[in-house]
Design a protein around this ligand. Structure first.
Ligand SMILES: [Zn+2]
Length: 415
């Protein structure tokens, strides 16, 4: 098969080349990859990889959506079914897995970090990591869903869930996580603000539902209940100051550096909470895919041919954007684009690079409005996927390999 292979560290370290087909271990199934998106972790793996146990050469890519071509016996999966991968191969035995908190698994192997990733013709993963999708799923959008949306979901609705009436400030809008956080928080009915140094990004944030957007380098004239932070030292002090007493600062990264200073009196007098967050759990992934299934848009900036992966990485490094998706054939790019509700003005020609501004997964699969809380009704996130009195989305009883949407939106799915 062909794959984007990390041969060595550095800007010229990734090569699109022949690579041995994956050989599934017991209990693993194989996905033929249609789309996978570029993330900042790809840059980290290319340039450092420090602290992540792996060996070179390694196939890159922490996301993948495509079609099942080989299903493990007893997995319940069917060849020919579309699927998206949960990128964390978790052990299922440690105390964290038993508590349903897979990102903390003591033995986790994340694709594209600890094991071969999704920028390849094929990938093998434990069958429990396969989320089957309906036949009309848009795999381009699915290929951009895992990392950004799951991380954002956990930040907003994880250990300390957003409550009705609360406000959110998203610092440094523009990347995959922050864009997903904006969409999810607006969808939940929160009052949302954003910051960016880029005026165009601020305008896009307001157009996407933000109540206000401010220059990241200036004053932020708001106080909020929750700050979503991924910038680090460049904005840290103002992020802390923007919190109301009792507020919480949720951190998933530090693009401007790794170390910050914290005023301890501000911490204890205001009784604020600082929460670290990364990726998300299996039940959280089922929940966020259910919300996307209910109509939440997945923003994608650009679609590349996968052979252009090194160029997409360079563009990500230069522009700080993540929302590029790479697909494995011109035909699939075209077909996937034509199926998407948001692609009416987009011309996905064979061999062309086209901008995709908005697309949706599972168009037409759900009754309109059945699962969607309306802006202003102050619904908490736990209600987002609670269609027809179904189970709240963060239940830990999701069945590995079961259709996520069917589980989390049971009673509301037409398939
Ligand atoms: Zn585990």
């Amino acid at each position: 098969m062909k794959a984007a292979v990390l041969e060595r560290r550095g800007v010229d370290g990734v090569i699109w080349r022949d690579f041995p087909d994956p050989v599934p271990a017991e209990g693993e199934s194989v996905l033929r990859v249609t789309a996978s998106s570029v993330n900042r972790v790809d840059l980290y793996m290319r340039d450092s990889g420090s602290g992540i146990t792996h060996t070179l050469p390694q196939v890159m890519g922490v996301e993948a959506a495509g079609e099942i071509v080989e299903a493990a016996p007893g997995s319940g999966l069917e060849p020919g079914t579309k699927a998206i991968l949960f990128s964390e191969a978790y052990c299922g035995r440690c105390r964290y897995c038993l508590a349903g908190d897979q990102p903390l698994c003591e033995n986790v192997k994340i694709m594209g970090e600890h094991r071969h990733g999704g920028f390849a013709d094929y990938i093998a993963m434990p069958s429990s990591c396969f989320f089957p999708l309906p036949n009309d799923a848009d795999l381009v959008a699915a290929g951009a869903l895992m990392t950004g949306h799951l991380t954002a979901w956990r930040m907003l609705f994880g250990k300390r869930a957003l409550r009705p009436g609360e406000s959110v400030l998203i610092v440094g809008i523009g990347g995959g996580v922050s864009a997903a956080a904006l969409a999810l928080a607006v969808r939940a009915g929160a009052t949302v603000y954003a910051t960016s140094r880029d005026e165009a990004k601020r305008a896009r944030a307001v157009a996407a539902g933000a109540a206000g957007a401010f220059d990241s380098g200036g004053d932020w004239p708001v106080t909020v209940d929750v700050v979503v932070e991924s910038v680090g030292p460049a904005t840290w002090d103002r992020s802390v100051r923007a919190l109301r007493p009792g507020g919480r600062l949720v951190v998933c990264g530090g693009t401007s550096g790794q170390t910050v200073e914290l005023s301890l009196p501000r911490l204890f007098f205001k009784q604020i909470e600082i929460i670290g967050s990364t990726m998300g759990s299996y039940p959280e992934f089922a929940a966020v895919t259910g919300v996307v299934a209910a109509g939440l848009s997945v923003a994608v900036d650009e679609v590349f041919d996968r052979a252009d992966y090194p160029a997409a990485l360079d563009r990500l490094a230069a522009a700080g954007r993540r929302l590029a998706v790479l697909t494995n054939s011109p035909t699939e790019r075209a077909e996937s684009g034509l199926r998407s509700a948001g692609l009416r003005s987009c011309r996905l020609r064979a061999g062309a690079r086209e901008a995709v501004r908005s697309s949706r997964i599972w168009r037409g699969s759900f009754p309109s409005g059945a699962l969607a809380p309306r802006r202003g009704n102050r619904l908490g996130a736990a209600s987002v996927c609670d269609g027809a009195g179904a189970t709240p989305p963060l239940s830990s009883s999701a069945t590995p390999g079961s259709p996520a949407a069917s589980y989390y939106c049971k009673g509301s799915v037409r398939q």
